[in-house]
Design a binder for this molecule. Structure first.
Ligand code: BGC
Length: 456
């Protein structure tokens, strides 16, 4: 309940949805003429993912998409955020279009619309065509044009049926995981490459938005994951560490996209590895956006340390509650950062494009029930945090739970279950967890049942 003891009120038209990403659910990565992506390659390189897990089958959504849309309909979802696998549509990343790949997404969009579910399409959720990685991937400046051309193929085929487009999902993870620490594809570890990948991602984002303005008539935005940073102590060192961590994660992508600059701290962090960029690049990067998408999972309490290259690291909270991925449950952080984004960038229409948690789920009980009270608690608290931000005047237009289905958690393989729907990977049986029933009630009551415990 809100402080006034009245049920929460969400704005009219607030979009209640769920999110997934191509590589994490589709499987069949090479079917019907698709080319390999860096994730197909990375996961098949020994030692790169937990237990060698890969996306060859995943949730078999490439074949079960129709049933999955029926499931979304059953849950009452109003919106579904998914991503397109670039190398299904352009097997070499550029040039030749693979019609069969394009048709898959076209059928998916039709089916969603036939079920009154609004599609939100992300162009890039980390699965770069391997053929483009062979040409330098995000380190090659030509990628801005490759990405815009790929965008054009999809805008021409789907704009109108898809009215909400996202260029990139979480550029910070792409560079920090893929180019600095190597835990994610393409698995590089280079302080010198990372700023180049960052800058080319942002140029690609700008070029794809520009192309959309020529080809499309609806809305396009950028999705970032941001995380509030709090200092572990009042010491000047810890405060400076927080400023660095905050600029690195929260300002590195939103600042250039919305303000046309990078935070100064990046020069401090990367030193001689941070180049001077040409002025015209900033003009390309800073395109008016129709919305931003924010993915929120946790906060971090930060202290100064000798961690390369940030000089800051997160401190575990002795009294904190942590999810299976080791992330503290901290709903207040979501309100805090929505207010921060509004104050820094203006009250841009905002979607929470991902929020959710991996917890240990018990096996499916008799009668097909899966009790996941911790996930319900997480959703309840975070939706309340979103509502608090709305009450404070933030223009929040929708919320997408991560994730619709248990799925492939990148290098952590199938070990972490984020779904509100359980997936039995041996049989591909989908079983809605209690959290799915809880979320379904929330959607049906437009948020009024947020504080109600699940019946039964
Ligand atoms: C990503 C998802 C991922 C989730 C949980 C986000 O960073 O966009 O692909 O599964 O977090 O780690």
């Amino acid at each position: 309940m809100s402080p006034s003891d009245q049920p929460p009120v969400f704005p009219d038209g607030f979009l209640w949805g769920a999110a997934t990403a191509a590589h994490q659910i589709e499987g069949s990565p090479l079917a019907d003429g698709a080319g390999p992506s860096i994730w197909t390659r990375f996961a098949h390189t020994p030692g790169m993912t937990l237990h060698g897990d890969h996306g060859d089958i995943a949730c078999d959504h490439y074949r079960l998409w129709k049933e999955d849309v029926a499931l979304m309909r059953e849950l009452g979802l109003k919106a579904y955020r998914f991503s397109v696998s670039w190398s299904r549509v352009l097997p070499e990343g550029k040039g030749r279009v693979n019609q069969a790949g394009l048709d898959f997404y076209s059928r998916l969009a039709d089916e969603l619309l036939a079920n009154d579910i609004e599609p939100l399409l992300t162009l890039y959720h980390w699965d770069l065509p391997a053929a483009l990685d062979d040409r330098g991937g995000w380190l090659n400046p030509d990628i801005a044009n490759w990405f815009a051309d790929y965008g054009r193929v999809l805008y021409r085929a789907l704009d109108g049926r898809v009215k909400k487009w996202v260029t990139l999902n979480e550029p910070w993870v792409i560079t920090d995981g893929g180019y600095l620490h190597g835990a994610l594809a393409p698995g590089h570890r280079s302080k010198y490459e990372t700023p180049i990948a960052t800058h080319n991602l942002m140029r690609a984002h700008g070029a794809a938005v520009l192309a959309y303005r020529e080809e499309g008539k609806h809305e396009i935005g950028l999705v970032v994951n941001i995380e509030p940073k709090y200092a572990a102590t009042d010491s000047a060192e810890d405060k400076a560490a927080v400023d660095r961590a905050h600029a690195y994660m929260n300002g590195q992508y939103l600042d250039p996209a919305l303000l046309g600059t990078y935070p100064d701290e990046l020069k401090e962090i990367f030193g001689d590895a941070w180049p001077e960029w040409p002025a015209e690049d900033y003009a390309l990067i800073r395109q008016p956006l129709d919305f931003i998408g924010i993915n929120y999972y946790t906060r971090s309490v930060t202290e100064a340390s000798n961690t390369y290259p940030l000089g800051a690291s997160a401190v575990r909270q002795p009294l904190g509650t942590y999810t299976e991925t080791g992330w503290e449950v901290f709903p207040q952080g979501l309100t805090d950062l929505l207010l921060w984004a509004r104050d820094r960038y203006g009250n841009i229409p905002t979607y929470i494009t991902e929020n959710g948690a991996a917890f240990f789920d018990p096996p499916v009980a008799e009668g097909g029930r899966i009790r996941d009270p911790l996930r319900i608690d997480y959703l309840q608290k975070h939706l309340t945090a979103v509502h608090d931000a709305i009450e404070a005047g933030c223009d929040i237009r929708g919320y997408m739970v991560w994730s619709l289905l248990d799925n492939l958690e990148w290098s952590l393989g199938y070990s972490k279950r984020f779904g509100i729907v359980h997936v039995n990977y041996a049989t591909q049986l989908r079983t809605p967890k209690d959290s799915a029933r809880y979320y379904s009630n929330i959607i049906a009551t437009h948020g009024r049942s947020l504080a109600d415990p699940l019946p039964g």
